[in-house]
Ligand binder design. Sequence first.
Ligand code: SF4
Ligand code: SF4
Length: 191
Amino acid sequence: MAANYKKVNRGVTLTLWERLYVMEVLRGIIITGRHFIRNWVSTFRSYMSGNPAGRGIMTIYYPEEKPVLPEAYRGRPMLVRAVDGKEKCVACGLCEVACPAKCITIVGAMRPDGTRYPETYMLDGAVCIFCGLCEEACPEEAIVMTHNYEGLVEYDRSQMLYGKEALLVPEEKLKGRLDYIRRRMYNKCNY
Ligand code: SF4
Ligand code: SF4
């Protein structure tokens, strides 16, 4: 079957009107001006009506305003701390194997009660590509992708090497994401 592509026409001959450029430049200015005035009027109207979020403009005043993220958004991966205060992670190493960026390093150990836990869990945030494969691989819902997109930048890459304590977040704070992966990911995989 023939490939479905469009050939770029490199032999375009500009008309005299287009070669004058002036009218094309004016046309660009008119389009930009139209967007500017439309956004300005809609912002003014929404503020006057007491509903700043209702303006038609696509940009937001970050960081005063925060974007509404889709449920599936994959921000910084974090570890889940169970309600008993322990890590949910059992140091099975599946996330470490699944990670295509090789940014997870785990050293497992045994608790006195015979359960496994990660003695050390290192995640290199400078290398992570936010693919979410660690979350998908985890059999314990112990690592999840959060909506945290802030605080991911540092002046020094060594500051982005997150240890277990920097990654652990109480389970109740991750409820939204845990609900999402139970609803979407597990159902999709027919578990
Ligand atoms: S999101 Fe992807 S790259 Fe980042 S730690 Fe998880 S598996 Fe590795
Ligand atoms: S986070 Fe999940 S997949 Fe990774 S080692 Fe812990 S239990 Fe295993």
